[in-house]
Structure formats: structure tokens, C-alpha cells
Design a protein around this ligand. Structure first.
Ligand code: ADP
Ligand code: ASP
Ligand code: MG
Length: 423
């Protein structure tokens, strides 16, 4: 008997018919003798609908008190899902019980809309499992020290599932979604993309952090920290396929590096449309200025991604960085009202219509000229690069949003990812 965590995404929970299918699949695993904790997302479109309602009523600059309410609103989507799934499981003859984040409780910090899980009390869940129940826990949400409802950021149900699996030392965490695994890039953008039977933890971490929304970055971080066996697979296979077959399907995230295996130089292409660029023009170029700019941004709990500082002219320089689009208006406001006056910057500019495209591969560690090949490919397509950032196993460029699909397709081809896999 194994303890297994299943996570079902929004599309997998998208209608009562699909929820019935999820229940049948879960029941199959229980009947095979396993203990099951199930973490569903809100029904597809629901989180967007709820946040859309809130947006109609909120001012442009979203303050922390408004973010608090956004979390209270968005969390209701998952609350409906767990109740529906628990009923569907009971209709399949299972004993099942649903819990919201606060009932478990799943404790988080108070960073509304992007809270981090701090601890999970699994006592109640363990007691239910021991009594033969299937436990259904809301994805995406938790509760902070003061009892406020928090959410973990878009795609956060993945993180809830892996965190529950880590806390309970589950034997495996299975992420059921609307694709049958992790692909070389988003198959919706590049139909030639190929599914990988396995992907190294390091590469998955980069892919997720660079925008591949098949797994939320923090779920991969949790899996790495607590060594949670993690697999991404389809919820659209017939629910009654043999368990052995299902358990081997999809993509396994691997932690051991196989030294005998020839590593592909580039394994995947990721892209991110969720960022915006801000620029301070004519900043006095002197020690401490980067801190003077980025310190207040960090204090406002705004994450920064790519940063670029130009060569200075006449003692002044230009300083650009990217932030999440959700934080764009707030960041621009902060730069205009506080940072520019304090630093003496001449002007503040913003551009939300950018995207970041990245190539990822462990093989980049041992190969030279990979970034150059990326830049050549983009120049052949006439795409201008605005910013560049690199690490050992990735190169990212910031470009105009309108060239994103073209860039991803061209790079996928240039790095031979369109070819059928050899193994
Ligand atoms: P869920 O609702 O199940 O959490 P998501 O929409 O969050 O599903 O994530 C699954 C989607 O991620 C896929 O439909 C696919 O379009 C997208 N995706 C992006 N990059 C990749 C990739 N490299 N491999 C597979 N899917 C990807
Ligand atoms: N429902 C949330 C979202 O749409 C969480 C999730 O689906 O993972 O982002
Ligand atoms: Mg998701």
C-alpha cells in the first residue's frame, strides 16, 4: 500500500462530467489498495472569472488591502472544487472528506497573491486516511498567522500538492493535467514539440521558473528540497486504463544525473508573457544607486527579474529591469513618486508589451557558442533583443511580445528539437 497524492488542474476539473471521471480514476487507485490525498484546482476559467469581477471594481494600483480581498475571492474557486469532488467520490462508493486550506491547516506567510507555504499540519489528514477515507484538499490556498486566507500565485495548486506530498512523505505525487507530460516547449505554440519521458530536476526548475506553466516553480522547488517523486501525466486518458500503465506514463522528474547519457545541449524552450519592463533614464552613476533603486522595490514586495545597466555617459546611466505584470502599475508608480526624486533620475519609462524567451539545457554547461547560435537564429528572423540574461544552463532574451511565437518556433527548430527522439 502506498500513499499517493493526485493533483488535478482546472481543465481536468472543468465540468461535472470531468469531475466524475476524476472520481472514477481516484476510486480505481483506492481499490488497488492505495491511500489517496487529492488536490484539485478550481474549475477551468473560474479563477479568471473571479479575479475579473474584482478587477472591475478595483483601482489601477492594487494595494495590499485589495490583494487581501483578491485572495479571499480567488480561493472560493478551489473550495467549490473540493466539495464537488468529494460528493463525486461518495457517489462512487468511496468515503471522502474535503478540506479548505485553513481547515488542514496549510500555513503560509502573508504575501497576498503569492504566499509561501510555511508548514502543513497533517494530523487530521492522517486520521482520515487511517479511517479509510479519501482526503480532498483545496489547491492554491492557505491561511496566514492572523487567520487571513492567502493564495499561492497562479498555478499554485501544483505547489499545494507537492507540499502536501512532502509533508506527508507520500510515495509519489502525480500531477494530472491537460497534456500528457512535459514537452520540449508548449505544444500549443509548437505542434512539433515532443514529450520527454524524463526531465532532470535542474532543467524542470529552469523551465518552470522561465515560464513553462505546466508546473509552478515552487512545486518543483519543494520536490527538490524534499525529494518528492514527481510525475506529470494526462487526466484525459480513459479513467479505467491499467494502473501499471498509468503509473509509467507522462514525464518523470528525475533527481539523479545519468552520467552515461549524452545530454542534449538544449532540452527545451520556455517563454513568459507575464513580465513588464521599466526603465529609469539618466540616473546619476555612482556607488549605491542600484540599491537606491531596487531597495524600495524589494521593500514593496515586488520581485525583479532581468536587470540591465547601460554604460554611463557624462556621469549618468540608464537602468532597466523586469517585474511581473501584476506588479507593473504599482512599480511604475513607486519609481515615479519615490525612486526618481530620490535618485535624481531624469525620466521613468514602462513597457508591458514584452516577453522573455529562454533556451534551457544541462548540456549548455559543457558547450560553447550556444547563446551565439540563439542570437543568430533570432537575428535571421529580424527579432531585436532588448535584454539578455544567462546562467549555467539557460540563456534568456527579452523581446517585443509580438515576436514571441515566431521566436519560440524558430529556436525550437534551430536547436533540432523538432526531430523525433532517438530513445
Ligand atoms: P492545469 O490546469 O492542469 O494546472 P496548466 O494550464 O496550468 O494546467 O498547465 C498545462 C499547460 O501548460 C499545457 O496545456 C500547456 O499548454 C502548457 N505548457 C507550457 N509549457 C509546456 C511544456 N514545456 N510542456 C507541456 N505543457 C506546457
Ligand atoms: N486556480 C488557480 C489558478 O488558476 C490555481 C491553479 O489552477 O493551480 O491559477
Ligand atoms: Mg497549472
Amino acid at each position: 500500500m502506498a500513499l499517493i497524492v493526485h493533483k488535478y488542474g482546472g481543465t481536468s476539473m472543468g465540468s461535472t462530467e470531468r469531475i466524475r471521471n476524476v472520481a472514477k480514476r481516484v476510486a480505481k487507485w483506492v481499490r488497488a489498495g492505495h491511500q489517496l490525498v487529492v488536490v484539485p484546482s478550481a474549475m477551468s476559467g473560474e479563477t479568471n472569472r473571479l479575479l475579473g469581477l474584482a478587477k472591475e471594481l478595483s483601482p489601477e494600483v492594487v494595494t495590499p488591502p485589495i490583494q487581501r480581498e483578491l485572495d479571499a475571492i480567488a480561493a472560493t474557486g478551489e473550495q467549490v472544487s473540493v466539495g464537488l469532488l468529494s460528493i463525486a467520490l461518495q457517489s462512487e462508493g468511496m468515503e471522502a472528506v474535503s478540506y479548505s486550506g485553513w481547515q488542514v491547516p496549510i500555513r503560509t506567510d502573508s504575501s497576498y497573491t503569492k504566499a509561501r507555504i510555511q508548514s502543513i499540519d497533517d494530523a487530521k489528514v492522517r486520521a482520515d486516511l487511517a479511517a479509510g477515507r479519501v482526503v480532498v484538499i483545496t489547491g492554491f490556498q492557505g491561511i496566514d498567522e492572523e487567520g487571513n486566507i492567502t493564495t499561492l500565485g497562479r498555478g499554485g495548486s501544483d505547489t499545494s500538492a507537492v507540499a502536501v506530498a512532502a509533508a506527508m512523505k507520500a510515495d509519489e505525487c502525480l500531477i494530472y493535467t491537460d497534456v500528457d507530460g512535459v514537452y520540449t516547449t508548449d505544444p500549443r505554440i509548437v505542434p512539433e514539440a515532443r514529450r520527454m519521458a524524463t526531465i532532470s530536476f535542474e532543467e524542470m526548475l529552469e523551465m518552470a521558473s522561465l515560464g513553462s506553466k505546466v508546473l509552478q516553480i515552487r512545486s518543483v522547488e519543494f520536490a527538490g528540497k524534499y525529494r518528492v517523486p514527481l510525475r506529470v501525466l494526462s487526466s484525459f486518458t480513459p479513467w479505467d486504463i491499467p494502473i501499471d500503465e498509468e503509473a509509467k506514463s507522462g514525464t518523470l522528474i528525475t533527481f539523479e544525473e545519468d552520467e552515461n547519457m549524452e545530454q542534449a545541449v538544449v532540452s527545451g524552450i520556455a517563454f513568459n508573457r507575464d513580465e513588464a519592463k521599466v526603465t529609469l533614464l539618466g540616473v546619476p552613476d555612482k556607488p549605491g544607486v542600484a540599491f537606491q533603486i531596487l531597495g524600495p522595490v524589494a521593500d514593496a514586495n515586488i520581485d525583479i527579474d532581468v536587470i540591465i545597466q547601460n554604460v554611463s555617459h557624462d556621469g549618468r546611466t540608464d537602468f532597466s529591469f523586469t517585474v511581473h505584470r501584476n506588479d507593473y502599475a504599482r512599480c511604475l508608480d513607486l519609481l515615479k513618486t519615490k525612486v526618481a526624486p530620490a535618485t535624481g533620475a531624469a525620466q521613468v519609462l514602462g513597457d508591458p508589451k514584452i516577453c522573455k524567451v529562454s533556451i534551457v539545457g544541462i548540456g549548455m554547461k559543457s558547450h560553447v557558442g550556444v547563446a551565439a547560435k540563439m542570437f543568430r537564429c533570432l537575428s535571421e528572423e529580424g527579432i531585436n533583443i532588448q535584454m539578455i540574461s544567462t546562467s549555467e544552463i539557460k540563456t534568456s532574451v527579452v523581446i517585443d511580445e509580438k515576436y514571441m511565437e515566431l521566436a519560440v518556433r524558430a529556436l525550437h527548430k534551430a536547436f533540432d528539437l523538432d526531430r523525433p527522439a532517438e530513445n
